[in-house]
Ligand binder design. Structure first.
Ligand code: FMN
Length: 421
C-alpha cells in the first residue's frame, strides 16, 4: 500500500533529522500559510462570512459522524479508485475551484494544475482563476478538468466561457449558485481588501473576446479614494496585471476600465431555474450545480435535467449561520440518491473526512482550503504533498475498517445524528 511507503519515508526522514517540508496536518498548513502570506492574502483564503459560525459548523458536523470499524476484513490491498464519467479517478476527490490563487503563490493555478497532473486528480478551473483556462489546460496535459462558471450579467460572456471550456476538453461545467453576490466577510471588510479591484483573479475575463468587446460601463459612483502611497502602488499593480503594458494601460485607462467592467458584470443575482435550462441548451457537457443545501432544490436539479450537484456552503464564505454541508447531505441523499451524482465540499480536511462523506453516500468530495494553504506553504510540491497525505489517510482508514474498495465504504460503517428536514 502506498500509504505505508509514505509513512515509512516520513519516519525515516525524521530519523535522519528532516521534518516534512509541507506541514502534514491542516492546522499546520494554515499556521504556516499565516506566517508566509501578507495578512490580507491569508485573511482572504481563511476567512468566512460574518462571525464564521458556518466554518465552525462544517467542522462540527464532520466530528459528529462516527466510524465503527469492522475487524478481520483480511485487507492486504486497497483500491481507492472511483470511476467517474469517462475517467478513473485515483481517489474519490477533485480540487475545488478556488479563485485568486496568485495571492497564495505566484504560480497560482498553474502550480495547482501541475500538481493535479502529477497525481491525475481532476481540477475544477475557477471563473476567478489567475490564469486563462487555456494556459491552465496546458499544464494539466491529459488530466481531467472541469470548468466552474459564475453566471455573468452578460449571457454572451457566459456562453463564451462555456465554448472555451469545451475547447479545452472539460469533462463538465460546474455552475456555482451561492455567490451571486459576495458574502459579508468581516476579515476582508476590516482590512478593506478586495483582490478583484486590484485586477487579481480576473484572467478568464480579460482573455475573453466577448468580454473585451463589451462596452465600457457608465460610471455612476463618482467617489474617488484619496491619493496615497497605497493607492499608487495598487494602481501600478492593477496596470501591470492586465495585458498591454504599464505605460499603455495607464495612458489609456485600459486596466481601470477592465476592472470596472468586471465588477459591473461579474455575477448575476437574477439567476434562476430558467437560466439553468438555458445553460442546458447551450452545451452537451454534463452540468453540476454547486451550492445546493436543500432537498427541494436537489429535486429541482433533477427536474431540470442536470447531471450532478455539489452540496456546499462555499466553505462558510457566504451565509453566516448556514446549515453545514455534511448535515444537509443526509436529507439531500434521501431525496435524490441514484437520480444524479451527489458531491460535497466545505470542511473536508483529511482522509478521514473523505471516508465519512463517502460512507454517508456522497459520490465524492472536493478538497478546498487544504490545497490552497499547501500551495502557499510550498507551491506545487505543497499541493502534491497535501493530496498524497489525504490519500494515504483514506487508504489506511479503508484497510483498518475492512474496506477493499470505495464501494465497501457504506452506511453500515458510520453513525450520525441527523434526520431529514
Ligand atoms: C479563497 C477561496 C476562493 C474561492 N473561490 C471560488 C470560486 O472562484 N468559485 C467557486 O465556485 N468556489 C470558490 N470557493 C469555494 C470552494 O470551491 C469550496 O466550495 C470551499 O473552499 C469549500 O470549503 P473548504 O475549503 O472550507 O473545505 C472559494 C473558496 C475559497 C476559500
Amino acid at each position: 500500500m502506498r500509504s505505508l511507503q509514505r509513512q515509512r519515508k516520513i519516519y525515516l526522514d525524521g530519523f535522519a533529522g528532516r521534518k516534512p517540508s509541507t506541514p502534514v496536518s491542516y492546522a499546520g498548513l494554515e499556521e504556516r500559510a499565516r506566517q508566509v502570506l501578507p495578512p490580507e492574502a491569508f485573511a482572504y483564503l481563511a476567512g468566512g462570512a460574518g462571525s464564521e459560525t458556518t466554518i465552525d459548523a462544517n467542522r462540527r458536523a464532520l466530528d459528529q459522524v462516527k466510524i465503527h470499524p469492522r475487524m478481520l476484513g483480511g485487507v492486504q490491498e486497497v483500491s481507492m479508485q472511483l470511476p467517474w464519467r469517462a475517467h478513473t479517478l485515483p481517489a474519490p476527490f477533485m480540487l475545488a475551484p478556488i479563485g485568486v490563487l496568485e495571492i497564495a503563490h505566484r504560480d497560482g493555478d498553474l502550480a495547482e494544475a501541475r500538481a493535479c497532473a502529477a497525481l491525475n486528480v481532476p481540477m475544477i478551473i475557477s471563473s476567478q482563476a489567475s490564469h486563462p483556462m487555456e494556459a491552465i489546460a496546458k499544464q494539466l496535459g491529459s488530466t481531467p478538468r472541469l470548468f466552474q462558471l459564475y453566471y455573468s450579467k452578460s449571457k454572451e460572456l457566459s456562453q463564451s466561457f462555456i465554448r472555451r471550456a469545451e475547447a479545452i476538453e472539460c469533462s463538465a461545467i460546474v455552475v456555482t449558485l451561492d455567490t451571486t453576490l459576495l458574502g459579508w466577510r468581516l476579515r476582508d471588510l476590516s482590512l478593506g481588501y478586495n483582490p478583484f479591484i486590484m485586477g487579481k483573479g480576473i484572467a478568464q475575463y480579460y482573455s475573453d473576446p466577448v468580454f473585451n468587446a463589451l462596452p465600457d460601463p457608465v460610471l455612476t459612483d463618482s467617489t474617488k479614494p484619496p491619493l496615497s502611497f497605497d493607492l499608487i502602488r495598487n494602481l501600478i499593480s492593477l496596470n501591470n496585471r492586465i495585458p498591454g503594458g504599464l505605460i499603455h494601460n495607464f495612458s489609456t485607462g485600459k486596466a481601470m476600465k477592465a476592472a470596472r467592467k468586471f465588477t459591473a458584470i461579474f455575477s448575476n443575482p437574477g439567476i434562476n431555474w430558467e437560466d439553468i435550462k438555458l445553460i442546458r441548451e447551450w452545451t452537451s457537457l454534463p452540468i453540476y450545480l454547486k451550492g445546493i443545501l436543500r432537498p427541494d432544490d436537489a429535486r429541482k436539479a433533477v427536474a431540470v435535467g442536470v447531471d450532478g450537484i455539489i452540496v456546499s456552503n462555499h466553505g462558510g464564505r457566504q451565509i453566516d449561520g448556514s446549515v453545514s454541508s455534511v448535515e444537509a447531505l443526509h436529507g439531500i441523499l434521501a431525496a435524490v440518491k441514484d437520480k444524479l451524482d451527489v458531491w460535497l465540499d466545505s470542511g473536508i480536511r483529511s482522509g478521514s473526512d473523505v471516508y465519512k462523506c463517502i460512507a454517508m453516500g456522497a459520490t465524492g468530495v472536493l478538497i478546498g482550503r487544504p490545497y490552497a494553504m499547501a500551495l502557499a506553504c510550498n507551491g506545487q510540491q505543497g499541493v502534491i504533498d497535501c493530496l498524497t497525505n489525504i490519500m494515504s489517510e483514506l487508504e489506511l482508514h479503508m484497510a483498518l475498517s475492512g474496506c477493499h474498495t470505495i464501494n465497501d465504504i457504506n452506511q453500515d460503517l458510520i453513525s450520525h445524528p441527523w434526520k431529514t428536514i
